[in-house]
Design a protein around this ligand. Structure first.
Ligand code: AMP
Length: 556
């Protein structure tokens, strides 16, 4: 067992200058806190066969220390990259702590990336070990020969059927730690040491690597636990539907381990029914995921009732939360949607639409409008909007410019990348340019109107594709809608709308009525012509579940 006191508080002959202790913010401290303070709290995981695995933070702690010892024996050294290719589960959480606590870097590979991107990322990060769910071995095995630096694959038996695949140095996760003893002490290192990394799946250029440090993760975990942000606490039961391979599952596993929240990991089953069951049976209080996930759940709940009233909030981010979705959850289930904005480069939490006290008296429409904005920047993050010349713009709800942010959990550069493309995002005066176009209103609420490159310039005026998508998605019978521009001789660019109707409106959807509805809300030159409004089976999505406008443009 680790001697916490000796390891954590080295006694030094310090001069009596009255200053606070030097206490590096490293993740082993969050880990040790769990064992000392809430060893009885539960961590629940759905496995591939549908069964639930349960254990406590106490057991989690012991196993994580054994895993650290096993990793050491395998030859993992400080600075090495150890990758995961896995769904959300307790073993993934063990890796979240064991790898960084050794001073090594956890690289969470996005299982939805296109093969060429995955090969690029593994080779660029120089991953040496990959921990892989058994159910995900096939796609990895197809690419394994192209991984230049990977020495060994470790398989996580998620109770999926045997696949009969052999990978280099293949070892079973449980066999690895079974006879291992726990590490006896934590290494001491600087809080600015890299702990984990993620690549942004850029829609242009090569994917870019972002390195999170112990300090940035620690502060971000505290940041998302503040009551005006996501208010993560020991009284919560949290269901992160957002994958652990996407910006460290929005930092939730770290905040949970810091505060003692019960965790519920959904494994690979992310569609309506299994999610509804988990919320009802485990009495989930806080759930987090992209809008599509909550849209699917909403449709499911219309057919198949479940009690989701334990939820105090659903965090929605990654793409804009459509106002219709926010309103439907509130009206039909009494559940509040907390709209949050962030990026891979921002750890991710940048802003949350938590209302201010004086807004409580506003009318329903005004409140909905405010909650559908991306909200106020969270403490320790600063924001500004700038015009093309870099001049800062007013927070008046009218001026629109690029959103820039800075703070202790915002990236200062991309990993091992010097191209102009990568450098352009970081300004000479120390801000990160998000590439998002936004307004900030007089209440300090950010409203993202578009990605810079997704704006449509029609008749010399900018049209926000997001605004039109949200309006279309509020129209009866529309499940999802995406808007892109096409070249047009007269207008420069013209808007083109793609939509998928709700299942029961597939054959009867009235496009003319939608056109009339959009004509009431937008200038006539902004509204797509009827011939530019298309019904498709599904809106194509990127590997992280956002509308893939590249594919839609290519269709044109
Ligand atoms: P990623 O790094 O893949 O998480 O993508 C980050 C980008 O997703 C941001 O720059 C935004 O364009 C978009 N995004 C994230 N959250 C929101 C949100 N709440 N509303 C609108 N766009 C969002």
């Amino acid at each position: 067992m680790i001697q916490l006191d000796a390891a954590f508080y080295p006694v030094k002959n310090t001069p009596m200058n009255g200053l606070m202790m030097h206490y590096p913010l490293t993740l082993d401290r969050i880990l040790a806190r769990a064992q000392k303070n809430f060893p009885e709290q539960e961590i629940v995981s759905r496995l591939a066969d549908g069964s639930l695995h349960r254990y406590t933070y106490g057991e989690f702690y012991t196993r994580t220390l054994k895993l650290m010892q096993a990793l050491r024996r395998m030859g993992v050294r400080p600075g090495d990259r150890v990758a995961t290719f896995a769904w959300n589960s307790y073993r993934h959480m063990e890796l979240y702590f064991a790898v960084p606590a050794l001073g090594a870097v956890l690289h969470t590979l996005n299982i939805r990336l296109f093969p060429e991107q995955l090969v690029y990322i593994v080779n660029h990060a120089e991953d040496q070990f990959i921990f892989c769910d058994k159910s995900l071995m096939k796609p990895l095995a197809d690419l394994a020969a192209q991984f230049k630096t990977v020495k060994q694959f470790i398989v996580i038996d998620d109770r999926s059927p045997e696949v009969g695949i052999k990978l280099k140095g293949m070892t079973d996760y449980e066999a690895l730690i079974q006879n291992e003893s726990a590490v006896e002490n934590f290494l001491q290192f600087d809080e600015n040491t890299a702990a984990s990394m993620c690549y942004t799946s850029g829609t242009t250029g090569e994917p870019k690597g972002v390195l999170y440090s112990h300090r940035s993760i620690f502060l971000h975990a505290m940041g998302i636990s503040m009551s005006d942000t996501l208010a993560v606490s020991g009284r919560d039961t949290i269901l992160p539907v957002v994958p652990m391979f996407h910006v460290m599952s929005w930092g939730i596993p770290f905040a949970a381990c810091l505060t003692g929240a019960k965790m519920v990991y959904p494994g690979s089953q992310l569609i309506g029914k299994p999610i509804a069951e988990l919320i009802e049976h485990e009495k989930v209080t806080l759930a987090a995921g992209v809008p599509t996930i909550w849209n699917v759940l909403l449709q499911h709940l219309k057919k198949d009732k479940a009690d989701i009233s334990s939820l105090r909030a659903m965090v929605v981010g990654g793409s804009a939360a459509p106002p219709a979705l926010i309103a439907a959850y509130e009206k039909e289930h009494g559940v509040q949607i907390l709209h949050a904005w962030g990026m891979t480069e921002t750890s991710p939490l940048g802003s949350v639409a938590q209302l201010k006290p004086y807004m409580q008296n506003w009318g329903a429409d005004a409140l909905l409008k405010q909650r559908a904005k991306q909200g106020k920047v969270v403490p320790l993050v600063e924001a500004r909007i700038v015009d093309d010349a870099g001049k800062e713009l007013a927070w008046d709800g009218k001026a629109s410019g690029e959103l820039q942010v800075r703070g202790p959990w915002i990236a200062s550069s991309y990993y091992n990348m010097e191209s102009q493309d990568a450098g352009a995002a970081f300004t000479a005066d120390g801000w990160f340019g998000t590439g998002d176009v936004a307004r900030i209103d007089e209440h300090g609420f950010i409203e993202i109107t578009d990605r810079k490159k997704d704006l449509i310039k029609t008749r010399g005026e900018w049209l926000s594709s997001v605004e039109m998508e949200n309006t279309a998605m509020a129209f009866q019978g529309v499940a999802e809608a995406a808007v892109v521009g096409r070249p047009d001789d007269v207008r420069g660019e013209a808007a083109v709308l793609f939509l998928t109707p709700l299942p029961d409106k597939k054959d009867t959807f009235d496009m003319k009525a939608l056109h009339a509805y959009l004509s009431e809300k937008f200038a006539h030159w902004q509204v797509p012509k009827l011939v530019d409004m298309h019904i498709i089976d599904a809106i194509p999505k990127t590997s992280v579940g956002k509308f893939d406008k590249k594919v839609l443009r290519a269709r044109l």
